[in-house]
Ligand binder design. Structure first.
Ligand SMILES: [Cu+2]
Length: 239
């Protein structure tokens, strides 16, 4: 339903959609019922010639019973919502993959995103890291841990196709995860008002198959390392 508008491209995006639809259906049902009764009663008991209005305190059993029944049923709906919300929250926000395939650093600042990807060695925080501004490159099917930080003010890292939203807080490094399940180029947004340029703080996530991703890593590895793979030059050319 929701994926017709925004593709669902992470292992947990369908779960988030499920909770959104669950809340929408349950709340929608009670909204329509309550508004229907309100309008129905307003019409049924509208002013009539010769009929004096009654004053009802609503404290009598016959009046409190239907309210108690409706109240209890709504509380049961709440239990369902809270149960699914907590289970999914734990999966998305509390637990991390045990053996992630890669770690990336995400640095927010007014008004751009810097993404640090592992270079050819596959490890982050090493010399061959690939730094990109407003461009996040991922490989489909790989599990990623991200370390999110902010250089200045509050920002919020949002990837709609992953159904992921996480605040970036200055002075803190926030760890989270995702596993992309489909390829393509999609939006990244900042969803926390962070200054005059907030609206321009968009970026792209490029989810690639392994061949394309490997080629991208190779083409962005630092020149010193790339030189190691090139046959040695003769001394004549060096001069
Ligand atoms: Cu921002």
């Amino acid at each position: 339903m929701i994926e017709d508008y925004v593709p669902s491209l992470s292992t947990y995006s369908a779960d988030i959609d499920f909770v959104i639809i669950l809340v929408g259906v349950l709340v929608g049902f009670w909204l329509i019922l309550a508004e229907g009764l309100l309008v129905g009663f307003a019409l049924k008991y509208r002013v009539k010639d010769g009929v004096k209005a009654d004053y009802v305190t609503g404290e009598e059993k016959e009046y409190t019973r239907p309210i108690t029944w409706a109240h209890s049923l709504i509380l049961i709906c709440d239990v369902f919502i809270v149960y699914f919300a907590v289970v999914i929250w734990i999966d998305v926000k509390q637990e991390l993959p045990e053996n992630p395939d890669a770690t990336i650093n995400i640095i927010a600042q007014q008004w751009a995103w810097t993404f640090e990807h592992p270079g050819p060695d596959g490890k982050i925080d090493t010399e061959d890291d690939i730094r990109m501004v407003d461009e996040l490159h991922l490989e489909v099917g790989k599990s990623y841990i991200y370390k999110l930080s902010s250089e200045d003010v509050l920002h919020s890292f949002s990837v709609p196709v992953f159904r992921l939203k996480q605040d970036a807080i200055p002075g803190r490094i926030i760890t989270g995860w995702f596993t992309p399940t489909g390829t393509g180029a999609h939006d990244i947004q900042c969803v926390e008002i962070c200054g005059i340029g907030h609206g321009m703080m968009g970026a792209r996530v490029l989810i690639e198959d392994s061949e394309t991703h490997d080629a991208w890593v190779r083409s962005h590895s630092p020149p010193t390392l790339a030189a190691n793979t090139v046959p040695e030059r003769t001394t004549g050319e060096d001069r």
